[in-house]
Design a protein around this ligand. Structure first.
Ligand code: HEC
Ligand code: HEC
Length: 201
């Protein structure tokens, strides 16, 4: 074989990877970037200064333990992208995101925080109020809530049962554009919550 042709064959073989070292197998894994951690991001992005997960928050924002029960994925993306576009006078700032993945990691963390509401509580309004964390926003009998949301103490003095029911079953129907979220409640749960809140003193 002429020298030049032999050289070309070698070059082709190398390009085709025929002489690449044998691939590592078994224990050796290719290096991957570290898994982003939603909990760490919750601190890094300053969410913790206003919110908490797993208990009441000390800051201006509601606790987010059960947020995924009343806000769906699309709403969370819209809110985390531009809070004032949804609630004009909100204290929640427009945060900077390094990537869509980073926002998704925080959303996944919020979703993972939620606790199922036991079916056994369906007729216990007080328990439901706690299970759904209505107190993340609303003050009741001197406990919980945030000042920008209404105090639901003795609500029966101001509202009839039908109005309370309307707010709980269809907030946007009660007041278009309200920040009050729609909860997926059974008829029994709605009835129990109305009964619990329709208090006159
Ligand atoms: C400076 C305070 C502040 C910071 C920082 C902040 N928030 Fe908020 N957030 C609020 C307030 C206040 C509300 C409630 C809306 C209102 O009253 O204006 C809210 C509402 C929310 C809601 C909707 C809650 C619900 O039950 O509907 C989510 C979700 C949320 N924030 C997530 C986050 C995340 C995630 C971060 C960090 C990336 C963050 N927030 C940072 C103040 C803050
Ligand atoms: C993310 C915050 C938030 C959460 C969580 C929330 N609400 Fe509300 N709710 C609001 C807002 C905003 C309004 C409109 C009036 C106001 O500003 O408080 C409202 C209004 C209401 C009203 C009408 C009050 C009135 O004065 O007529 C009722 C009743 C009510 N909510 C019940 C509930 C119940 C029950 C739950 C839990 C299943 C709940 N809310 C959870 C934000 C919230």
């Amino acid at each position: 074989m002429p020298f030049r042709l032999r050289g070309m064959l070698w070059a082709c073989a190398i390009a085709a990877g025929l002489f690449a070292p044998a691939r590592a197998s078994g224990t050796e894994q290719p290096t991957r970037p570290a898994e982003p951690d939603g909990k760490a991001l919750f601190t890094e992005k300053t969410c913790v200064t206003c919110h908490a997960i797993g208990g009441p928050s000390a800051g201006a924002g509601p606790e987010l333990t059960q947020v995924a029960l009343h806000r769906d994925h699309a709403w969370l993306v819209a809110w985390l992208t531009d809070p004032p576009a949804i609630k004009k006078d909100t204290d929640m700032p427009r945060l900077k995101w390094d990537s869509p993945d980073q926002m998704e990691t925080i959303i996944a963390y919020l979703v993972s925080a939620q606790k199922p509401v036991p079916a056994a509580d369906s007729s216990d309004g007080q328990k439901l109020f706690a299970d759904y964390r209505c107190g993340a926003c609303h003050r009741l009998n001197g406990k919980g809530g945030k000042p920008q949301f209404s105090d639901l103490t003795a609500l029966g003095k101001k509202r009839d049962a039908a109005t309370i029911e309307k707010w709980i079953s269809d907030p946007q129907g009660a007041k278009k554009g309200t920040f009050m979220p729609a909860f997926k409640l059974s008829t029994a749960e709605r009835g129990a919550l109305v009964k619990f809140l329709y208090v006159k003193k």
